[in-house]
Design a protein around this ligand. Structure first.
Ligand SMILES: Cc1ncc(C[n+]2csc(CCOP(=O)(O)OP(=O)(O)O)c2C)c(N)n1
Ligand SMILES: [Mg+2]
Length: 554
């Protein structure tokens, strides 16, 4: 008779769970010892990195990835990364070790109170009632992770693995597929709403970041001859940001949204809820008389949206269907003296490439007052924007310069931009590593603040050990500049600056090659050398860019 472990490995293999990320503990040794060679185990030096790397891998492939965590200590370390994985909709099967069930009642060493440790961030948490239910629970977790797009936890007592399997079927399908079509009838109310509007506008979110959805939303925007905005604080690009209809990034405050979208009487949000905010601001989201609708494949986004109509449907199919059915429109007349054809620089709407937008403020400023050779974040982004291949994945974690990065390095292919959906720092280093590990042909760049880099630094060891060719650019302003800006409005900060943190030194200590640059000339020379080879790079490189930024004015 095969064991529970044999049956689980066979089922996991059949379901495509062949790359495992983890950090081992004694409760998982019966599972991990002599793991078959066709299963690849990627070691992370901290469970947070195991989950961020796995999340990057899962987002790059669109398929679930397995994570191995060690009882309370391991799961506890991983919780914020699991929460981020849930918000970023990364499908993960998380096996959590537990003490042997035969003496769990005595609370032996390493007993975990695991069930509620990750709160309600996982899409499911199961500890099978019998050892023989473990293979089925793992298969179900794979389907739950894929269907609900988040981490599904299975807690496995260590004695279960050696138990004999019985001949009861696994309580899980071999294949689970979800519909990707939408019935024409279900689109009719939305078609009517759009057709009755005078000036509709589209707002896209992370949910429409796929080849098929980009194509469909482009067709819809063309049909409606309307601009397309990106939702505030979006973790991914829902529309090609070099497209002439791309209007920019909405502000994360109600007043800014109202003002930006004031000329439209209908707002159709695609692949997001209505509408992510940051600091609370009173007042309505839209000017009076504006009708809002949402198309999303996430029921959670639909149910919390203050909309006239919310449609839960596969986004690409729904948008393609809308594009076929809504009445075609002509573009608004161009103001006198401007070109009539659309191009990123000449479109009728404020474009990131052309003029100031109410969302992002003035175009990225030309640095003034800095030492001629001193580097501002905008210098880095201009240098990157001029060199990066359009297919590059940019993983962002540079809080005080995110707006400039997004404006100056547009996402030109799906997964061209990725950041932590809930704003938790420590995601980018691991996520970039996992993406590149999953897809070694795609150039991958992570842009990190110096503070942010330290939250996920252990992933650099894995990147180095497994020969993962990510370029990590650290913007070294020796501070939590974002926090300093926020606090400056109200008083003095109780925390010091970060002088003395040398991220390049940390990288080298973890086996990752690292350099520091502090002049524009050094930066250009380095990027000229490194960027063209990003798609074939076989080792990571961390570049610490010493910034010369102006003081914060409260
Ligand atoms: C895990 C976590 N802890 C704390 C914060 C709060 N936080 C937001 S931005 C920031 C400063 C980040 O500093 P750095 O990466 O150097 O970026 P800078 O603001 O200097 O651009 C902090 C601490 C957070 N978002 N996530
Ligand atoms: Mg900083």
């Amino acid at each position: 008779m095969p064991t529970v472990r044999d049956a689980t490995l066979a089922s996991a293999t059949a379901l495509g769970l062949t790359t495992w990320y983890g950090n081992p503990g004694s409760t998982e040794i019966p599972l991990l010892a002599d793991l078959p060679d066709h299963l690849r185990y990627v070691l992370a030096l901290h469970e947070h990195s195991a989950v961020t790397m796995a999340a990057g891998h899962a987002l790059a492939t669109g398929r679930p990835v397995l994570v191995n965590l060690h009882t309370t200590a391991g799961l506890g370390n991983a919780v914020s990364a699991l929460a981020t994985a849930r918000l970023n909709r990364a499908p993960l099967v998380v096996l959590v070790g537990q003490q042997d069930r035969r003496h769990l009642a005595f609370e032996p060493f390493l007993t975990g109170r695991l069930q509620g440790l990750a709160g309600d961030y996982p899409v499911s948490v199961h500890m099978p009632l019998r050892a023989q239910d473990v293979p089925g629970a793992v298969a179900r977790a794979r389907h739950e992770a894929a269907y609900h797009r988040g981490p599904a936890l299975v807690i496995v007592p260590m004695g279960d693995w050696a138990q004999e399997m019985d001949d009861t079927e696994l309580a899980a399908p071999q294949t689970l597929d979800a519909a990707t079509a939408v019935a024409a009838r279900q689109l009719e109310p939305l078609v009517a709403l759009i057709d009755s509007a005078r000036a509709p506008v589209l707002v896209t979110g992370a949910g429409s970041d796929s080849d098929a959805a980009w194509d469909a939303v482009v067709s819809l925007a063309d049909r409606l001859a309307c601009p397309v905005w990106q939702e505030p604080f979006s973790a991914r690009a829902g529309f090609p940001q070099d497209h002439p209809r791309f209007a920019g990034f909405l502000p994360a405050g109600r007043a800014g949204v109202r003002q930006t979208l004031a000329g439209h009487d209908m707002v159709l949000v695609i692949g997001a809820g209505i509408l992510k905010q940051f600091h609370f601001e009173p007042g309505p989201l839209f000017v009076e008389g504006t009708v809002a609708a949402v198309v999303t494949d996430d029921p959670g986004e639909a149910v919390r949206s203050p909309a006239r109509l919310a449609l839960v449907a596969p986004i690409a199919a729904a948008c393609a269907g809308l594009a076929d059915r809504v009445a075609p429109r002509r573009p608004p007349p161009s103001p006198p003296g401007t070109a009539s054809s659309l191009s990123p620089a000449t479109g009728p709407w404020p474009s990131v490439a052309s003029e100031p937008s109410p969302a992002t403020g003035p175009s990225p400023p030309v640095p003034r007052g800095a030492a001629p050779e001193g580097i501002r974040p905008e210098d880095v982004f201009a240098a990157l924007g001029a060199r990066l291949h359009p297919d590059t994945v940019v993983v962002e974690e540079s809080p005080s310069s995110r707006d400039a990065l997004q404006a100056m390095v547009p996402a030109r292919h799906p997964l061209g931009f990725l950041s932590a959906a809930m704003g938790g720092l420590g995601f980018a280093l691991g996520a970039a590593t996992g993406i590149r590990l999953a897809d070694p042909r795609r150039p991958v760049l992570a842009v990190l603040g110096d503070g942010s880099a330290v939250y996920g630094i252990q992933a650099l060891w894995s990147a180095a050990h497994y020969g993962v060719g990510v370029l990590f650019i650290v913007l070294d302003n020796a501070s939590y500049r974002t926090m300093n800006r926020l606090v400056a409005r109200q008083g003095k900060a109780p925390w010091p600056d970060l002088g003395g943190v040398h991220v390049d030194g940390l990288a080298r200590a973890l086996g990752c090659p690292a350099l520091t640059v502090s002049t524009k000339a050094e930066l250009s020379a380095l990027l000229d050398e490194v960027v063209p080879g990003l798609s074939t790079r076989a080792e990571p490189l961390l570049v610490n860019v010493v910034l010369d930024e102006p003081p914060i004015v409260p």
